[in-house]
Ligand binder design. Structure first.
Ligand SMILES: [Zn+2]
Length: 293
């Protein structure tokens, strides 16, 4: 089929997502969108499809649906929001009447932050202002606390909550029998992860719990997927940020010294300052709720 790439060697550990859909497991696909370098996941069943994350605007969400027609004519019966950030959940309404799943904390987060974030974005992303104005925040209608098994046509996926990390409600999607795990923004390829709503001191342990679930490949919310070794590297970097934050919090290190030994060398200092500051804030028990980066 045009626009579909199958990973060489049929389902390798480390893949570079090609243009169009890439099949990374049996009827499990990822498509990379240039906007935010974002990954959208799809699991196909015989007469139904599941989509993971819905992007920022309705036109972006409709683009997923249009692109999906390259793979199937089956309806999207299930959507999973990996978390409630706008780039993962503002397209939700376009997928109705699909059932939308998310962690039990996802709806409250969206209710608390969605509209204020949307208005901020109208100013921050003027090119998308018109599209953002039409977005109605539409939280998941099916939720879970620790684990859920979700039917999609003739197959199932498993949702897991592994603890606080990128947010307080990150859902991980496992596709049994394929070795594929969708990690949402708990993992990020080729960039400094986004710490704006994060719990930096807890995030590394959450990724530790994720690690044994990565049988073959983990798909991050943004950037290239990787295998278990790559996930271990991500955890190590998150531990380093937590450690630097703790040391800054007690005055053992200055922020500039912490920046000099940060684990994300090569990225702009500004991108690192915030994670370390937020880790230090959590160490001082001064984390503000409801930051929405
Ligand atoms: Zn996010």
């Amino acid at each position: 089929m045009p626009g579909i790439a199958t990973v060489p060697g049929r389902y390798a550990f480390r893949v570079v997502i090609a243009a169009g859909w890439t099949e990374i497991g049996d009827r499990v696909f990822v498509r990379r969108y240039a906007f935010y370098n974002q990954n959208i996941g799809v699991v196909l069943a015989r007469d139904a499809a599941l989509v993971i994350d819905t992007r920022t605007t309705y036109p972006q969400a409709r683009e997923i649906l249009d692109d999906l027609r390259e793979l199937t004519s089956a309806p999207v019966e299930v959507v999973v929001d990996s978390h409630g950030h706008y780039d993962h959940a503002f397209g939700n309404a376009v997928f109705r009447p699909a059932t939308i799943w998310g962690h039990v904390g996802c709806g409250p987060f969206m209710a608390r932050t969605g509209d204020s974030r949307r208005l901020q974005l109208v100013a921050e992303l003027p090119d998308l202002a018109t599209e953002l104005r039409e977005v109605v925040v539409d939280p998941p209608d099916r939720t879970f606390e620790e684990r859920a098994v979700v039917d999609v046509g003739d197959r199932q996926v498993e949702l897991r909550y592994l603890g606080r990390g990128h947010t307080d409600h990150d859902a991980v999607v496992l596709v049994p029998g394929t070795g594929v795990l969708f990690a949402g923004d708990l993992l990020e390829g080729g960039a400094v992860p986004s710490f704006g709503d994060s719990y930096p001191l807890e995030w590394p342990a959450t990724v530790d719990r994720l690690m044994p679930l990565v049988e073959r490949i983990a798909v991050p919310g943004h950037g290239d997927p990787g295998g278990p070794d790559w996930v271990a590297e991500q955890a190590a970097a998150l531990y380093a940020v937590a450690d630097l934050g703790r040391r800054v919090a007690v005055g053992d290190l200055g922020l500039d010294e912490a920046l000099a030994s940060n684990p994300y060398q090569g990225f702009p200092a500004e991108n690192i300052r915030r994670p370390i500051r937020r880790a230090a804030a959590q160490a001082r028990c001064e984390l503000r709720r409801a930051r929405t980066a």
